[in-house]
Design a protein around this ligand. Structure first.
Ligand code: GDG
Length: 735
């Protein structure tokens, strides 16, 4: 079986020094649990920070730590306090975390912490590169390591890389705020598969890729220059059985086995059978909507005073990132609110809020899940929120109600919960009332559906689905690479070229010899292209033809003085070298006046779009339009044109970000064939990038060497990935 390595900020063990020895204890977080199966079954290494700053180590501590971890197949990445400060607490938690959770006002834009982030990402990548072998895959985790995929891909393009983001991916309008947006998105695109918790994050990511890099995306595949990259939603699950089993065990404990917390919880209900408990558990983070929840609880107690004395909120807030200013302020705010509510509604024998500012052992967590009638989960933004899932998995008798923020990824999977807007305090207060009054049958009905789903799609299934997709993307890339002009294929083509005497060479221009520019007139041939053309045309055995959709005047001007044939406007006009322009067949352009108003209307409706007029065609360009709107309008325009052209002999062609209406029966395939006529060429080469070139690829004789630019489906025999690759290929031919 192929190996899969894992990289995450932290290793799945906590390390502690005891009498000169370093002792490792497994960490119990969701990620560690989910990855355990992958890391065991696929026999890879886990690369991450061990949790101790290297400045704190003395003598040969580092070596000892490495040794201890190596036994567990872990590779520690040692970081200094400064690095942790700037990379982790800094750029990760003060820039990316707030921005990706839509807290723009908290984002810090410090060049220094960005540079530390780059450097530390490089350290993680370098540690991974040391263990990678041919055929290995690697799974990179989360927002601390967004640059790692590219850093690895650049050095090891053969390694398949997966990346999973555990937090939301924000809308483009938010992401674009980042000064380092291009570096980050390119860093992520080093991966072959990108996973998100929800489809919303996935579509934000796609829209960012489209807008920042202009890459083509079909369904969930991104067409990068040299490969296909896939992105998909994989909602992370939990170890369902672990929670269900632990919870079942808790319920069957003998009196003497019960923990203090469990006994205290039982005492609470002894006072009155009508008493109820509401639970909330989170890290103390501003994304979790803790103040919102407290305010809503206060409104609830005010509005429904009959519940005072009978309903308490148990709030577990786990200390987190306490050095960061906003977290300190949040702590003060929460302390204040809890004090206010307890002061206002508390009685001698009634505490409205049981507030724990600490982390509790797993057993206690289960006791809380078990004892609580309602889970109140109100993040203002949350990638997923595993607490919601854990509460469901711990409900042995299927009672209990979840109140869930629509801003948490988990809400997409839990339609049976009471879904609220975390900023609507009245709505939350009402939903607490609804939850407390919900009939047991209804609770059981809802809970059973959620449990069934969570049991099926648990964290192991999540991890294995991701790995399955990683394998699938390998297959897809392989399929696309099968036609790629490899060095050995190139050698064969050069041999054939050298051994032949009469060669026809058809070269498309835009997207083949020259890259697209926002304005078509700016894509004039640079020195490199002119040199290539010059070299090719100097060989008397070659008939070189530029075959393009462009108009006569432009190409004539650009290639003036070159011994070259031109076929323009998809084949309407031909000019053999040294000759005059000839029209291949009699066509007219009277139709333009009927069609033009429609195109103009679509220009008005689509900022950035414009019309190019050729002798026998009209082209609507949308490369400069906002990408999603451009595609939408292009589809509408195509629809409209289809009915408009009914009375004319016209064709609608869809090129690269263009819709072209032109006289029918003309295409590059027919034009190339006509151009070759009866001549007996012993070598035919055609290179092109869009589907107007597919006519050539299909209609040229079988022996022709046809090459598509771009790693997409094609009827060409071969593919190359880019304009640069075309240029290199042609240079090799003429060496
Ligand atoms: C990030 C994303 C996404 C909490 N208190 C204690 C304790 N916990 C455990 C819970 C749960 C985990 O911590 C918290 O996970 P969440 O998913 O709720 O939130 P984040 O920590 O913000 O996680 C989040 C997640 O990554 C996974 O992709 O869902 O959206 O923000 O497992 O049980 N565990 C123990 N004692 C505690 O006091 N033992």
């Amino acid at each position: 079986m192929k190996r899969i390595h894992i990289i995450s900020n932290r290793l799945p063990f906590n390390v502690e020094k005891k009498e000169e020895k370093f002792i490792l204890t497994p960490s119990v977080g969701g990620l560690a649990t989910g990855m355990k199966s992958i890391y065991k079954n696929y026999k890879g290494y886990w690369i991450g920070w061990p949790g101790i700053a290297k400045d704190k180590l003395i003598d040969n501590d580092q070596e000892k730590i490495n040794k201890a971890f190596l036994k567990e197949k872990c590779v520690p990445v040692h970081l200094s306090e400064d690095e942790i400060q700037n990379y982790y607490e800094g750029f990760s938690n003060k820039t990316i975390w707030p921005l990706f959770h839509y807290f723009n006002e908290f984002v810090e834009y410090e060049q220094e912490i960005w540079e530390a982030y780059v450097e530390v990402n490089r350290k993680f990548a370098d540690s991974a590169l040391k263990v990678l072998e041919k055929g290995d895959s690697i799974w990179v985790h989360d927002y601390q390591l967004l640059l790692v995929p590219r850093m690895i891909k650049e050095k090891r393009p053969d390694v398949t890389i997966g990346f999973f983001l555990h937090i939301p991916f924000p809308s483009f309008e938010v992401f674009r705020i980042l000064p380092w947006r291009n570096e980050i998105i390119k860093g992520m695109l080093g991966a072959d598969l990108l996973g998100f918790h929800t489809y919303d994050y996935e579509r934000h990511f796609f829209s960012t890729v489209r807008r920042l890099l202009g890459l083509e995306i079909n369904f969930n595949r991104i067409h990068a220059e040299d490969r296909i990259i896939m992105a998909d939603a994989f909602p992370m699950g939990i170890d369902y059985d672990k929670f269900m089993d632990a919870s079942t065990e808790t319920r069957h404990r003998l009196m003497q086995e019960k923990s203090e917390l469990q006994l205290e919880l039982e005492r609470y209900f002894l006072i009155s059978p009508h008493r109820k408990l509401i639970l909330s558990i989170d890290r103390l983070d501003y994304t979790k909507g803790i103040p919102n929840r407290l305010k809503a609880f206060s409104i609830f107690l005010d509005k429904y005073p009959e519940y005072q004395g009978n309903v308490s909120l148990i709030m577990l807030a786990v200390p987190s990132r306490g050095n960061v200013e906003q977290y300190k302020k949040l702590k003060e705010q929460v302390d204040g609110l809890v004090g206010y509510i307890n002061g206002k509604f508390g009685k001698v024998n009634y505490t409205p809020i049981w507030y724990f500012y600490r982390s509790l052992p797993f057993e206690n967590l289960i006791e809380l899940y078990n004892a609580s009638d309602v889970a109140l989960i109100t993040p203002v933004r949350d990638g997923m929120n595993l607490v919601a899932k854990e509460y469901v998995a711990s409900r042995v008798n299927k009672t209990g109600v979840i109140i869930l923020s629509e801003m948490a990824g988990v809400s997409k999977e839990m339609g049976e919960a009471i879904i609220i807007n975390p900023n609507n305090f009245n709505e939350i207060a009402e939903s607490i009332h609804t939850a407390l009054k919900m009939p047991v049958d209804e609770q059981r009905e809802r809970m059973a559906i959620m449990q069934k789903r969570l049991k099926r799609y648990n964290v192991f299934k999540w991890a294995s689905e991701f790995v399955k997709s990683l394998e699938k993307v390998q297959d897809i890339q392989l399929q696309f690479n099968t036609k790629k002009v490899s060095p050995s294929i190139q050698k064969l083509i050069i041999e054939e070229y050298t051994n032949t005497k009469k060669r026809a060479i058809f070269l498309d221009y835009d997207g083949t010899l020259s890259s697209f520019k926002p304005n078509p007139q700016d894509a004039f041939p640079d020195e490199e292209v002119l040199n290539i053309v010059k070299k090719l045309t100097e060989d008397q055995k070659n008939e070189v033809t530029i075959i393009s959709g462009r108009d006569r005047d432009t190409l004539e001007k650009w290639f003036e003085g070159y011994d070259i044939n031109l076929i323009v406007e998809h084949g309407v006009w031909t000019r053999e070298k040294g000759g005059d322009w000839k029209m291949l067949q009699q066509i007219n352009a009277d139709w333009k006046e009927d069609i033009r108003p429609s195109l103009e209307n679509f220009v008005d409706l689509t900022p950035g779009a414009f019309i190019e007029e050729k002798n026998y065609s009209l082209v609507w360009h949308y490369r400069k339009a906002e990408p999603e709107q451009g595609v939408l309008r292009a589809n509408e325009l195509k629809d409209e044109l289809t009915s408009l052209i009914a009375n004319h002999n016209l064709e609608i062609m869809e090129g690269n970000k263009v819709i072209e209406v032109k006289s029918g029966g003309i295409n590059k395939g027919a034009a190339a064939l006509r151009f070759m006529g009866e001549s007996d060429f012993d070598f035919i080469l055609a290179i092109g990038d869009d589907w107007t070139d597919e006519y050539m690829f299909r209609e040229l004789p079988q022996k022709a060497i046809t090459i598509k630019v771009g790693m997409v489906n094609t009827s060409a025999k071969y593919k190359v990935e880019s304009v640069t690759a075309v240029r290199e290929f042609l240079k090799q031919l003429t060496l």
